[in-house]
Each structure stands twice: as C-alpha cells, then as structure tokens.
Write a protein that binds this ligand. Structure first.
Ligand code: NDP
Length: 504
C-alpha cells in the first residue's frame, strides 16, 4: 500500500476565491481581525503545507462576541422575529449550503484531509439536512397545558402551562473530525430555539465554519446572532467556557477537555451539554450475514480514517467465525487507497494533524509492546502528510491500552467470544464510554435482546454509523451529557418556564 501519486483534482474557483480572502473573526455581522492581531496557520494534512492563516481570537475577542450575542438576544431583531421567520432563515442556510456544496466540500477536504466525495455527500449533505430539519422545529416546539391538583385555597382553580424559552447566549466548541457538520449540529437547533451563539471551531479545521459564516449572513441572519471566533482551545475555548455572559456551553471533543469545560462552567452553573469520546463495540454473531458484516465492520472503523467518536473500534466476533471476520476485515483494509482527499482515487486521507498522527502511532506502539499482532497495517507511511495504514489488531486483551482507550485513528482490535451469553455483554460494556454499538445477526430476537443490554446511546443492527438529523445521538457514561440531533437536542437549548394562573 502506498499513498496514491496521481494529481489531486484542482479546486474550483469559488473555493480558490475563498482561500484568497482574509480570514477574520465574525463578530456582530462583521469580519474583523483579532484584537491582538495574531493569526494561526492552517495546514493541508496531506502535505503539511500551510494553506491559510486565520485570526487567532482570544479572551478579548470572545468578550466582544459575547456582548454582540447578548445584545442580539435581548434587543436585536432576533428577539422580536416570529418563529416562522426564524424557521425560514434557518431553511435558507440549508439551501445555501446545498448551493455551495462543491465549494464547501473542497474546502473541507483540503482542510481536514477527508476524501472530497465523503465531504460532498456525507458532511455537506448532512449539514444542509440538519439546518432544514431544525428549521421545522422553530414553529413546532411548544409548551403544554397541565392539569394540576394542588390544594391551595378552598375552591381555587388554576390554569397552568409551560413555555419553552431560549436558554440564552450559547458558547459552542467543536472539533476537527467533521468540521462543517459539527457546526451545523450545534448552530441549527440553537438558532431554531431562538438562542444566540458564539462558535469556536477547532484550530486545525477552521475554514468551512468561516465560509459558513458568510452564508449565515447571506441567508439573512441578523448581526450578532451567530458569531465565529477562530483560535486555540486553551485561550479562546477556555475563555468562552468560563465567560460570565454565556448561559450555556455545548461541546464536542475529548472527554478530558469535556471535564475541563464542566469545571469552567461550574462557577456560575452554566448549562452544559457534552458529546465526547467513544470506544464502541461492534459485535458479529455466528449467524450473521458475513458478506454484509465484514465490509460493515471495516467501514465502521475506517470511515473518516477512524476519526469518529462512534467508530466501531472494538470488533467482537463469535469464535466460530472469528478467523473469517478478522481476515475479511484485514483484506478490506489492505485494499484501501490512501492519498490526498482531493485525489479522486483516494478512499482514505491523512489524519488531521501531526499531533493526531503521533498520538495514533503511539497507540500502535503500545499495542505492539503489550503483545497485539497486526494482521495488516500497524505503522505510519513515510511523509509528507500524516498517513497511517489501516490496521487490524488481533491477540489483544481487554486490559491493553489500545483496547481500552479511544485511538481516534484507523485501528480496530478484533476479539473472540463464545456464544451469546453474559460474557459478550460484559466485554462490550466494559468501557468508560457508552456512545454506540453495532450488532450483526440474522436472528431478530437475539438482536433486540442484545440491544437492550448494551450501554450505548446508539445501537445499529446489521448496519453501522447511520446518522440522520431526526435521530438523537449521544452517549451513556463518560461519552457525554445530553443528545445531539432529533427532537431531543432541543432540550439543550431551552429553559422550560411553568406559568400558573389562579382563575378568579
Ligand atoms: P479536543 O477535545 O482538545 O478539541 C475539541 C475542541 O475543544 C477544539 O475546538 C479545541 O480547540 C477545544 N479545546 C481544547 N482545549 C480546550 C479548553 N481547555 N477549553 C475549551 N476548549 C478547548 O480534541 P483534540 O483535538 O485534542 O483531539 C484529542 C482527542 O480527542 C482525539 O484523539 C479523540 O480521542 C478526541 N476527540 C473526540 C471527538 C468527538 O467527536 N467526540 C472529536 C475530536 C477529538 P483547539 O483544537 O483549537 O485547540
């Protein structure tokens, strides 16, 4: 296996134009440099070359953005707009994303390294869907009337109802693995519920969020409703998490940073929702259709180069089919073509950054030292670029670091189990995480029984990684607090007010 050498598809004029524009912070509907004047370099992970500079926002810029968001929430047109008008603006954002899909996908592919087709038909398409699904909730989220039984005064009667209100100014901190899609997951429901926002994209992949900022303005979002601060997590992100003018923080990223967000938010009891790491079990029973389960298990880990919180990184196969499954996934891995995301032949791009490359290589080394054996892969490719060969590890033990911790790279461990009994349920649930799980079987009863025993926010049966704007997604245990997407996410962005009137 090698990195493909064919020429990358040239990027189109709209993406080139975007790359040539200055990339500043989006505050109160205007593009402005960081107060400090500092910038950050953005790299193409396929080559390590610098492709852009963005403003490096910090505490002073977060302050300005939070003030703009507060003003827009309390006094701007956003505070007076009808739900229907709000929904139409959100719908238009989705339309604009679709209209600029090729451009956005090229920017995403260049910045993150993922294949153009994945960005175009996965990330960008789902981002547009997310805005259009959430547009509908702007007019549909309502309170209820509640019959109450309290004895208050002789003969008193009451009328009680609830009203969902926007939670307020929301700080949203997102990661680099699905940059545009994560922005959509966060912005769309918050806008639908009438919140105002300060969004901080990951320093590795800020570009698509900045292009999205331009589209938000074009869709008619009033100034200050959504502000975008590019910058480092330790400065801009931490300032946002601790800012007293922020009512709620929504975070996606590592469990470790999630903990620091909780600590920062504790001072003034900000609302917090967290979508964190995973180490998801994918279980192949002996009766599974292996022609579907093997490529399914391979895609469950190798999609997005394994840089997905829900990746099926612990593969369990019934001992009777273990060799077939492990070798089948290894054969699949061996054929994956690595290259630049903009090369049409590429099936898997580079990891997002040198830091991520070192981190994944560290896990491969620890697996080797603890006795795991690579059926395929097990090493990085020589540079330039941050490529790691898709890897299938066997002879692993539950105690190994590579089995317990989130690798966030194209590395799967395959372990045997004996029949559908307590052992596999115990092994699957033996993790600090509880984000997702997969089950492959032809027996629907076994599938339901197993699904009911798994401690995971999403369970996929005879499929893996099926995401839809209407389906809630989030984790049990240390995989997070709250849910993204679906009706469930609206709770992240609303306060419920209960009003009770004594009827005369
Ligand atoms: P982080 O959790 O560090 O990054 C996620 C976001 O948080 C980024 O925008 C980052 O900013 C920001 N951030 C970092 N530190 C702070 C802070 N102290 N306060 C507020 N915000 C902060 O993930 P990494 O990029 O370091 O990746 C490390 C590991 O995290 C991965 O290997 C993977 O295991 C996990 N991860 C999980 C993801 C998921 O989808 N659940 C997504 C990404 C990573 P910046 O990048 O600018 O520093």
């Amino acid at each position: 296996m090698s990195v493909t050498q064919t020429a990358a598809r040239p990027i189109g004029r709209p993406a080139q134009n975007f790359l040539s524009r200055p990339k500043h912070l989006f505050i109160n509907g205007r593009w402005q440099p960081a107060v400090s004047g500092k910038t950050l370099e953005v790299q193409d992970p396929a080559t390590g070359d610098t492709i852009a500079h963005v403003s490096a926002g910090d505490r002073a810029d977060v302050d300005l953005a939070v003030k703009a968001a507060r003003e827009a929430l309390e006094n701007g047109p956003w505070s007076r707009i009808t739900p229907s008008e709000r929904g139409k603006i959100i719908w238009r954002i989705g339309d604009l994303i679709s209209q600029h899909a090729d451009e956005l996908a090229q920017i995403e592919s260049l910045d993150n390294g993922k294949p153009f087709a994945v960005a175009r038909f996965g990330d960008v398409a789902l981002a547009a869907d997310m805005f259009q699904y959430m547009a509908g909730w702007a007019t549909k989220k309502h309170g209820t009337t509640i019959p109450i039984s309290v004895i208050y005064q002789q003969g008193a009667k009451f009328h009680s109802y609830t009203v969902p209100e926007p939670v307020g100014v929301v700080g949203q901190i997102i990661p680099w693995n699905f940059p545009l899609l994560m922005a959509a997951w966060k912005l769309a429901p918050a806008l639908a519920m009438g919140c105002t926002i300060v969004l901080k994209p990951a320093e590795e992949t800020p570009l698509s969020a900045l292009r999205l900022g331009e589209l938000l303005a074009e869709a008619g979002l009033p100034p200050g409703v959504a502000n975008i601060i590019t910058g480092n997590g330790e400065t801009a992100g931490a300032a946002l998490a601790a800012h007293p003018g922020v009512d709620k923080i929504a975070f996606t990223g590592s469990t470790e940073v999630g903990r620091s967000i909780v600590r920062a938010a504790a001072g003034d009891m900000k609302r917090v929702s967290l979508e964190l790491g995973g180490k998801s079990p994918n279980i192949v029973l002996a009766d599974a259709d292996l022609e579907a389960a093997i490529p399914g298990a391979a895609n469950a880990i190798f999609f997005n180069h394994g840089q997905a919180c829900a990746a099926g990184s612990r593969l369990y196969a019934d001992r009777r089919v273990f060799d077939q499954v492990a070798e089948g996934v290894a054969r699949y891995a061996e054929k994956i073509k690595l290259g630049s995301g903009l090369d049409p032949n590429t099936e898997m791009g580079p990891l997002v950054s040198q830091a991520q490359h070192e981190r994944v290589c560290g896990y491969l080394e620890s697996g080797r030292q603890e006795g795991a054996r690579a059926l395929v892969g097990g090493e990085a490719l020589p540079g330039p670029g941050y490529f790691v060969r898709p890897t299938v590890l066997v002879d692993t033990q539950p105690s190994m670091k590579v089995v317990r911790e989130e690798v966030f790279g194209p590395v799967v461990t395959v372990m045997p189990f004996d029949g559908l009994d307590e052992d596999i349920v115990k092994q699957a649930n033996e993790s600090i995480y509880g984000l997702a799980a997969g089950i492959w079987t032809r027996d629907i009863s076994k599938a339901h029984l197993l699904a009911s025993r798994l401690k995971a926010g999403s369970v996929w049966i005879n499929c893996y990684g099926v995401f839809d704007a209407a389906l809630p997604f989030g984790g049990y245990k240390q995989s997070g607090w709250g849910r993204e997407m679906g009706e469930a996410v609206l709770a992240n962005y609303t306060e419920i007010k209960a009003v009770t009137i004594q009827l005369a």
